[in-house]
Design a protein. Structure first.
Length: 552
């Protein structure tokens, strides 16, 4: 279709030699994400696909609901290659709407429920969005007035669709879904997608400035879901528990909900991440895999495991988003009786995972290794030269599911991607026997008078203290050394903890004295981004302002 070339004008395609190789070597299956789901529907139509509270939806019911909504979206005027900002919270409707958009070739820009006017107005303007999909009210926030404000200043925005009760001039998604009349599964001529088309747009982490848009094709994301699912051991018996926002790459497709659906498994959508709620779902639904992040895991490990629940079905507890300390990984396996799996990746593509049969030394310490034989990995110094194995350097990568650029952002594309298509991840890693060991972000290295301090290394040691629930180490300004280390610590409830006790403990673990934090701040929580990552820049601002007041 002629319009299909317009959207690609804002993206960077894989060079033909790479695309041909990925097809020839079967990394790209040349199917769409909707095709992937349709294969599971045909294989076992009566099997349960989704569970949300007391609702259960079979694969056949999911497919029929997607077809009905796709027809109604066409009647509303949506067209292939339209972009829409998609801000629905975790629910069965999230997946029905998501797949209905993919079915007709509309590209969802996956915003998180926590995003507000500044971010959403940017997403609409930058993508030229014609639609905005929101809930009516979620966690006490009413999105309808926000949608009205945005509509008044967004000339491309033609439709606001609301899950729940819609406002004036808005369309109720519930009404579109309520009509259960049968519709033809085939689409009108000109609708749908090809495997090389953009399927969806993820958002960069957004811890510095507004998030960038990451265009993912059907071919690369189908491979992303399937390959990571294979490494996580997903099959038709998998029962996956979705805790974190499904608009986030990790929970959506790494392997996430889409990975479970690709294998004909079941996705259980949780509304509460407390240990009691999670344990109840594990028992009731026989959950076998959970994808969580550091904050949830730390909280679960610091409360008594509910003994009244049967957790024997739990096979894998996966961590992603930020590195979990080795000591906490050990505790996961001891307290939950399952296998721990670390997932380290990026919305731009590359995924690294520990393998379920890796020895304990690798499971508990490494950040895994690339999921694909076609992943090309380099670890380079500040001049772009490859370092030796075991030496730290920046991780750069390219492969069949790592994009070649951001959407309509040539400046940031040039900054993040090399001329030969490698993506600069900004992570400081070491490679040992093929496994990667994450030493932190390049910008999370403290330069104390020429001595380099890895924030994550010091954090791992602090987290081993029995009085510490969570820790984050950041740079603070110093007139003599340039930078020193400040530790922000969330202590275990009721525990007393001071700088002297912390540093005596660290010295007992035989780390270099120059790595010791020289300021300690006890806090109840850390500031986080909408994706749940700790905002280190905000912690740096807090300690910088505090020092400035002391010297005023």
């Amino acid at each position: 279709m002629e319009i299909g070339r317009e959207i690609l004008a804002g993206c960077t395609a894989w060079p033909e030699e790479f695309a041909s190789r990925y097809r020839r070597e079967s990394y790209w299956a040349d199917i769409t994400l909707h095709d992937m789901l349709t294969n599971s529907i045909r294989a076992a139509p009566s099997r349960t696909a989704l569970v949300f509270g007391k609702r259960r939806v079979s694969y056949a019911q999911l497919g029929a609901a997607i077809d009905r909504l796709a027809e109604r979206l066409i009647k509303l005027g949506f067209r292939p290659c339209d972009r829409v900002v998609f801000q629905l919270p975790n629910s069965i409707e999230f997946l029905i709407v998501f797949f209905a958009l993919l079915r007709i070739g509309v590209i969802p820009v996956l915003a998180l429920p926590a995003h507000r006017h500044e971010e959403i107005s940017h997403f609409i303007a930058h993508s030229g969005a014609t639609g905005y999909f929101v809930p009516d009210v979620w966690r006490g926030y009413d999105y309808r007035p926000l949608a009205e404000r945005l509509s008044a200043n967004a000339p491309t925005l033609r439709h606001v669709l609301v899950l729940g009760e819609s406002g004036a001039g808005q369309t109720s998604i519930n009404d579109l879904l309520a009509d259960n009349r049968h519709v033809e599964a085939c689409l009108p001529a000109g609708y749908g997608s090809s495997p090389d088309d953009i399927a969806l747009m993820l958002l960069s982490g957004g811890t510095t400035g507004l998030p960038k848009m990451i265009p993912r094709t059907h071919n690369d994301y189908v491979y992303n879901c399937r390959q990571s699912g294979e490494i996580a051991g997903f099959d038709a018996d998998t029962v996956f528990l979705a805790l974190l926002p499904m608009a986030h790459n990790y929970t959506l497709g790494c392997p996430g909900v889409l990975g479970a659906l690709a294998r004909g498994g079941t996705a259980v959508i949780a509304t509460d991440a407390t240990i009691d709620a999670v344990a109840r779902l594990i028992e009731e639904e026989r959950v076998s895999v959970i994808s969580a992040a550091v904050p949830q895991i730390v909280n679960w490990l610091n409360v008594k495991r509910p003994e009244s629940y049967d957790l024997s079905s739990l096979r894998v507890l996966m961590n992603g988003g930020a590195k979990l300390a080795p000591e906490l990984r050990r505790r996961v396996e001891l307290q939950f009786g399952c296998r721990f799996q670390e997932s380290f990746g990026t919305g731009e593509g590359l995924l690294n995972m520990t393998r379920l049969d890796d020895p304990a030394e690798i499971r508990f310490n490494s950040s895994g290794r690339p999921i694909s034989p076609a992943d090309e990995i380099r670890i380079v110094d500040e001049n772009g030269n490859d370092v030796c194995d075991g030496e730290p350097g920046e991780l750069v990568c390219r492969g069949p599911y790592t994009v070649r650029g951001y959407y309509k952002d040539p400046e940031k594309t040039r900054a993040a991607f090399t001329r030969d298509g490698f993506y600069r991840m900004g992570d400081l890693v070491r490679r040992v026997d093929g496994n990667l060991y994450l030493d932190g972000r390049l910008k999370d290295i403290i330069n104390r008078g020429g001595e380099k301090i890895s924030c994550e290394e010091v954090e791992d040691h602090i987290l081993s203290h029995p009085k510490v629930k969570n820790a984050c180490v950041v740079a603070m300004p110093d007139p003599v050394f340039g930078e020193k280390a400040c530790a922000f610590v969330i202590p275990v409830e009721g525990a007393s903890f001071d700088l002297s006790e912390m540093n005596n403990f660290l010295l007992g673990r035989e780390i270099a004295k120059f790595k010791l934090p020289e300021r300690l701040r006890l806090v109840q929580e850390f500031p986080t981004s909408p994706a749940g990552k700790i905002l280190r820049r905000e912690l740096r601002r807090i300690v910088r302002d505090e020092i400035a007041r002391e010297h005023a």
